[in-house]
Write a protein that binds this ligand. Structure first.
Ligand SMILES: Cc1cc2nc3c(=O)[nH]c(=O)nc-3n(C[C@H](O)[C@H](O)[C@H](O)COP(=O)(O)OP(=O)(O)OC[C@H]3O[C@@H](n4cnc5c(N)ncnc54)[C@H](O)[C@@H]3O)c2cc1C
Length: 339
């Protein structure tokens, strides 16, 4: 085996659910050469590879019989600046929220609504991370990824990534593309997105009517801290289910029985339902089975109270999915990546 690899490493510190499974082998890559070396060594020894970033979107249900390759590359740079529009590039291993803070400190707007999302830059395109009315596709210009099948580098533009709601080409082809660095178009002039959730209200409570990007970021951080459990204190992976998009006739049918249904019309005539609302109506909020549970304030967030296994959390998720299907005729899709 490669001298760089550690054996039988607990992944508890490397996933925000805090699940204590082991990686058969574990290593970190700080640059492209180390990525290539790790992949070549793994190929030589016929060992599969699981690439991770911050482990904030993983549900690990068993020991990982693979090389876990943690992206630890760092680097933030400005590639172009015409005085208004600024192209920045970040290495995959850069932690997301500090990257957002760095961009704000440069006087650049565009990422403020995505403040305080855990994880790394390299994983952000995987599910086109989004929050408070903004997704990374809105500020994305390109990324460089390594094709693990051919070993070649490939530059993707916005269209090539096939971004959709919590989805992308990379999520559709798990294990094929290793994202090395990502480029964003930010702006010296903020285009505020304040109409999602209580953002505008929070700012006006603070007496701010002409917010800067930093003000918006601060408001969103304070809202998120109130709303979402901190994984350091209570293991979780954020929203556990995607908001389902259903036919309008199904939404109408549910509304007959549940007049308070939370539903947002989509461009194609379908309706996006709030998964958390469905789960709460079905009585799962605060439900606990051993150390696996549904958060007492946030029905969309499954939590590990300490010793839950990934399997227990997955079983709980499956019970919720079956119940929501039976009650509402709606299929809930898991957001975290299951291994
Ligand atoms: C408290 C909390 C709040 C959250 N809030 C949000 C939110 O508001 N919006 C949102 O969209 N998400 C949210 N998430 C989910 C999560 O933060 C994001 O999905 C994040 O982008 C995951 O990054 P990561 O580095 O932790 O990825 P990991 O969990 O390490 O990996 C996720 C997937 O990406 C793959 N991957 C990782 N790095 C690479 C790479 N460089 N190249 C190729 N594949 C890679 C992994 O194999 C895995 O399949 C939240 C999570 C938590 C815990």
């Amino acid at each position: 085996m490669s001298a760089q690899w550690q054996e039988q490493v607990s992944l508890k510190p490397y996933n925000t659910f805090g699940i204590d499974v082991r990686a058969r082998y574990f290593t970190e890559a700080h640059n492209d050469d180390e990525v290539r070396q790790a992949l070549a060594d793994a190929r030589q020894h016929d060992v599969p590879v699981l690439v991770i970033g911050g482990g904030s979107n993983l549900l690990l249900t068993a020991d990982v019989q693979a090389l876990v390759l943690r992206m630890a590359s760092r680097g933030l740079r400005i590639l172009a600046d015409d005085g208004r529009r600024v192209i920045v590039e970040a290495e995959a291993g850069e932690p997301w929220h500090p990257f957002v803070q760095w961009s704000l400190a440069q006087g650049l707007a565009g990422l403020e609504n995505l403040s305080l999302i855990p994880g790394t830059v390299g994983a952000a395109p995987m599910q086109n991370i989004g929050a408070y009315g903004v997704e990374i596709k809105d500020v994305f210009v390109g990324l460089t990824a390594l094709d693990r099948e051919t070993g070649e580098l490939h530059d993707f533009d916005l269209e090539g990534c096939q971004f959709a709601y919590r989805d992308s080409l990379f999520k559709q082809h798990p294990g094929r593309w290793l994202i090395l660095r990502v480029r964003f178009a930010l702006s010296r002039v903020m285009q505020a997105h304040l109409d999602y959730g209580p953002v505008r209200q929070r700012l006006s409570e603070q007496g701010i009517s002409q917010p800067t990007a930093q003000n918006v970021s601060d408001a969103i951080c304070s809202i998120r801290r109130e709303k979402l459990p901190d994984p350091v204190e209570l293991g979780n992976a954020g929203s556990f289910f995607k908001n389902p998009v259903v036919a309008a006739v199904l939404a109408d049918k549910i509304r007959l029985q549940y007049p308070g249904l939370v539903a947002y019309p989509q461009a194609d005539g379908q309706m996006k339902l709030a998964a958390g609302w469905l789960i709460e109506q079905a009585g799962w909020k605060g439900h606990r089975e051993g150390d696996a549970g549904v958060h007492r304030l946030q029905s969309l967030v499954l939590v590990n109270y300490g010793q839950a296994t990934g399997l227990q959390l997955h079983q709980l998720a499956q019970k919720i999915q079956a119940d929501i299907l039976e009650r509402f005729g709606v299929r809930l899709e898991m957001e975290p990546n299951l291994y």
